[in-house]
Design a protein around this ligand. Sequence first.
Ligand SMILES: [Zn+2]
Length: 241
Amino acid sequence: MRASTLRRVIVGSAAALVAVTLTAGPAWAAPKEPPTPKFGPSIDDYAPDETPGKCLDKVEQPGVAAFRDFVLPLYPGTSNGGIHACSGFEHNEGRAWDWMVDADDAEDKAVAEVVLDWLLAEDRYGNDHAMARRLGIKYIIWNRRYLPLTEGADHDWVAYTADNPHTDHVHFSFSWAGARKQTTWWNARLEPDRLLRSHDHDADRPSVRTFSTGDDFWQVIAWRAPSGRTDPEGGGRTVTG
Ligand SMILES: [Zn+2]
């Protein structure tokens, strides 16, 4: 009875945990990627190609400032290069950010690249450049290269040959939606795992706890043997209460 009940355990995809092993290298620790909120499958399109207008009075758009304030505390060796500047670009309107990292410094370069890789990775739903799109990033310039993330563009790094080679900072330009916090990074996060139902074990049945994360639901089933130990044959994730 116990075993057959326990073999019906269902553990859904949302419960997956991933262990990451970082290899030893230089004296500094390999940088970690930023924490990723949970999202459902819906995602923003690539950014519209909105040409920056004339320079506004000093202003920092909220989505840009919040991205800056998200990144900087994660990487204390890096610094803020500013949002607003009458320099052309989206800085004119407070919808670009310069993140000061040195392409000629190995640690800085590793930090920049772990963040760029995180922004541009494919998500679990198969969306390319997922975090960049959710944030409304329109293009990136870094270390003599330029990556357009606008609708209809080839979303590939190309050589950047303008005067400033961007070897001392990463430039992020944002769409107006991203700058205004109207993209899914800001408005479509899933709630953390929520406990929907709980049934405590009794003489004939294991305990069953049903959780949800957005569209996914999953169950944790545990049989507490009369001795008080959790039956290790339970499979999946067990809780001992
Ligand atoms: Zn810039």
